[in-house]
Design a protein around this ligand. Structure first.
Ligand code: ACM
Length: 541
């Protein structure tokens, strides 16, 4: 009936139509008018005191992000309880216009909107996309553009993985060597698993200034997107200890920013000086963002051998009454979460932090190792954002075919994402109530630039929007063609459902396809087993 994506809860075509002209008048509650105009900036709607083609009214009876939208020959009427609801009404209205509504120039003639009544509200409050800007830096303008594409899909959380072994991507005024030393590497591994190891000998780097972060956060906020920063600790620490070895578990040694992929044993010390140092850095990042409702502190893939080998760290563990390095891992993350809580921020962690010990009750867990551990997290009473490798690691290719460009593994298809139930019916009501939503991950070892990100993110991101906003679709493919025309107008280099365009193929060079190296289903079996092992912090990928 319509090609709206994600599908609203209720859509009734009511007959008739309305002609909406560029520069048409809009009136109503100031904040809501602002939200609607932000979504429909292409029309440059003119604010007037009352009346006009578009009217927006606050209805406190609606929930967060919910809206109603009515189009009839008399005009366009919107109700919402908050700015986000009005913004989403604007996004739905934009989808009722021709694809040119996704271009950046004002149309010359009015657009005809079909008569319609829409009632809508999101299924999940967390509709996220994660960007790993550490393995490969993503320039600020590309991040802003990605936010625009997310917002067009009613996705509302941007998880920025700001640091990893291969790069520290944010300015620190308190500890400037973090960005001076940690933000670049002289070269990057160019071989694949099992091949003779080679490097590209090309320097790679980049970082956001605190002013850049502030700009990203403000840009996102005006598009109803919340930035969730991640400083991943205590593992994935090579870039940090390259800058400040004294905060590592082997403080006498020097470390390079890592130039290859995989799990590094380099780990931070859990001693009080490291906690103080990290608290300062977390404050700088949260401050630049203008406050952070959530802050991700990682906790994944930690090799704890250096903690066991250090007499000082071992003594410290015992002084805390903890029996194992794994308990110290959980304690360390809880200690940072306490600092965040004192500032009104909830900690987010990967599932290793849940498996290794007791978390703060308000910590949000991302169970990347599958729905088994996701359910255990929910059953233990923690809020969960569903993030399993399959089908939500979008660095996995959509097919294992020879034309597909290099990916970490395959296949995770558009249909796999569309069929994925983020709130399983087999869970108890109490467990289901713990699911905040779901999120797609873009680990960037094999996503070196924004064009590759477009290819991996879309249209699977449209399916993610559908399952988190609406629920599993009956008919995604029927609406997809119209939606891809919108993405074409927006300039998104998505992966066509029938396969890559000639220039998107792997070719025979550095991007060539390596078939079957990591099968995503086998990978999931392996990581699910890891979450049940006694030593859960043992790295699993
Ligand atoms: C992860 O994939 N290490 C969260």
């Amino acid at each position: 009936m319509t090609d709206l994506l994600p599908l609203p809860r209720v859509v009734d075509l009511t007959g008739g139509s309305f002609e909406l002209a560029p520069g048409a008048a809009i009136s109503g509650d100031g904040e809501l008018v602002d939200g609607l105009r932000a979504a429909l900036s292409v029309l440059d709607l003119r604010i007037v005191d009352g009346g006009g083609a578009v009217t927006v009214r606050r209805d406190p009876g609606l929930g967060a992000e919910a809206y109603t939208l009515t189009v009839d020959p008399g005009g366009v009427r919107v109700t919402a309880a908050d700015r986000a609801g009005a913004f989403y009404a604007g996004q739905t209205l934009r989808q009722l216009l021709p694809p040119d509504a996704y271009r950046s120039v004002r149309p010359r003639t009015p657009w005809t909107i079909p008569g319609v009544r829409v009632e809508d509200a999101p299924r999940c409050s967390w509709r996220g996309m994660h960007l790993d800007v550490a393995r490969h830096f993503l320039p600020k303008q590309d991040v802003l553009r990605h936010i625009d594409i997310m917002a067009a899909h009613k996705l509302n959380i941007l998880h920025l993985h700001l640091v990893d072994d291969q790069g520290w991507r944010v300015e620190s005024r308190a500890y400037p060597k973090l960005h001076e030393v940690g933000s670049h590497r002289p070269r990057t591994i160019s071989s694949y698993y099992g091949e003779e190891v080679t490097y590209d000998e090309v320097p790679h780097g980049g970082r956001y200034t605190l002013a850049d972060l502030a700009e990203i956060a403000e840009y996102a906020r005006s598009r109803s997107v919340t930035v969730v920063p991640e400083i991943d600790v205590p593992g994935h620490a090579s870039a940090l200890v390259a800058a400040y070895p004294q905060y590592g578990a082997r403080p006498q040694e020097t470390f390079p920013v890592l130039d290859r992929w995989g799990i590094s044993p380099t780990i931070l010390s859990p001693l009080p000086a490291t906690v103080d140092f990290l608290t300062t850095v977390l404050d700088e990042v949260a401050g630049a963002l203008g406050g952070a409702p959530f802050f991700h502190i990682g906790g994944d893939e930690c090799v704890l051998d250096d903690w066991a080998a250090s007499a000082e760290i071992d003594d410290y563990r015992r002084s805390l009454g903890l029996d194992t390095p794994a308990e110290l891992h959980a304690w360390f993350l809880r200690r940072l979460a306490d600092e965040l809580a004192g500032r009104g921020t909830r900690a987010v962690v990967w599932d290793e932090a849940f498996v290794s010990g007791e978390l703060r009750a308000d910590t949000v867990v991302m169970p990347w190792r599958g729905m088994g551990v996701a359910r255990r997290v929910a059953a233990a009473g923690y809020d969960v954002v569903i993030t399993p490798v399959f089908p939500l690691y979008f660095d996995y290719g959509e097919s294992d075919g020879a034309e597909e460009p290099l990916a970490i593994g395959a296949p995770t298809t558009l249909a796999d994402v569309a069929a994925f139930e983020v709130i399983p019916e087999s869970w108890t009501a109490a467990e289901r109530a713990r699911v905040l939503g779901a999120q797609a991950q873009h680990w960037s070892e094999r996503i070196p630039d924004a064009r590759t990100l477009d290819y991996r993110a879309w249209p699977r991101g449209a399916a993610l929007a559908e399952i988190t906003w609406h629920g599993r679709p009956a008919d995604l493919t029927g609406r997809l063609g119209a939606h891809l025309a919108r993405l074409d107008a927006l300039g998104v280099e998505y992966r066509p459902p029938q396969g890559p365009r000639p220039w998107q193929r792997g070719g025979i060079g550095r991007r060539r396809h390596r078939p079957g190296v990591v099968n995503v289903v086998e990978m999931m079996r392996h990581v699910e087993e890891m979450t049940n092992s006694a030593d859960s912090t043992r790295p699993s990928m």
